[in-house]
Design a binder for this molecule. Structure first.
Ligand code: SF4
Ligand code: SF4
Length: 193
């Protein structure tokens, strides 16, 4: 069933926190807010199709408001992600960071019939892919499974949101929708690694 490890070491070049837009899931945000106690409207942005590439047009996480599509992402400026320390270039919420940040730059490999095969390194996401380390596959697979569960919930929430029509609807209302649902559930889903 594939290799138990993948050769990689992060050399903290900062590319993934500067040049890549991070797309968190609602559960990531709920967990981040629980940990860092910051209003999500301060660190989230709603990105239009011409601001992002490599997300399919029919991706089910596009939020729709009056014929315009948006993706929910972490805010960023010229120097990178909202959560990147601008001096030492480290993540200021490392233990609470979104699942996609934890999975970068790993790429899941599957058999033709969709069975788990292993992990490799994405060739086209800009990471220099240094091979002088060893990363165990087991925690990556746990993260991937969790990410897939998050995505299923995410799709359901977007479907509910996109069906709602009312005057003054704004992409930011999507945040209120999942914060409202979360407040009625017991515990935020947590990242395992
Ligand atoms: S792009 Fe790769 S090497 Fe650079 S900080 Fe991100 S994971 Fe580390
Ligand atoms: S949340 Fe942290 S790890 Fe993720 S892009 Fe922002 S600074 Fe980088």
């Amino acid at each position: 069933m594939g290799s138990k490890s993948v050769r990689f070491r992060c050399h903290s070049c900062g590319h993934c926190c500067t040049d890549v837009i991070c797309l968190p899931t609602p559960w990531d945000i709920v967990r981040m807010v629980r940990d860092i106690r910051v209003d999500p409207k301060k660190f989230l942005d709603f990105i239009k199709p011409d601001e992002i590439t490599e997300v399919e047009e029919d991706d089910p996480t596009w939020i729709k408001v009056r014929n315009q599509k948006y993706l929910m992402g972490l805010k960023r400026g010229a120097k990178g992600c909202f959560f990147l320390d601008k001096k030492d270039r480290t993540c200021t919420i490392y233990d609470s960071r979104p699942l996609l940040c934890r999975l970068y730059p790993f790429c899941h490999e599957e058999t033709r019939d969709g069975k788990h095969l292993g992990f490799s390194l994405h060739k086209d996401v800009g990471c220099p892919r240094h091979r002088d380390g060893v990363v165990s596959v087991e925690p990556l697979k746990a993260l991937l499974d969790e990410e897939e569960e998050h995505r299923r919930d995410y799709r359901d929430l977007v479907e509910v949101f996109n069906r709602r029509e009312y005057p003054g609807k704004s992409p930011k209302d999507f945040i209120s929708l999942f914060v409202e649902i979360q407040s009625k559930t017991k515990t935020p889903k947590t990242a395992k690694a």
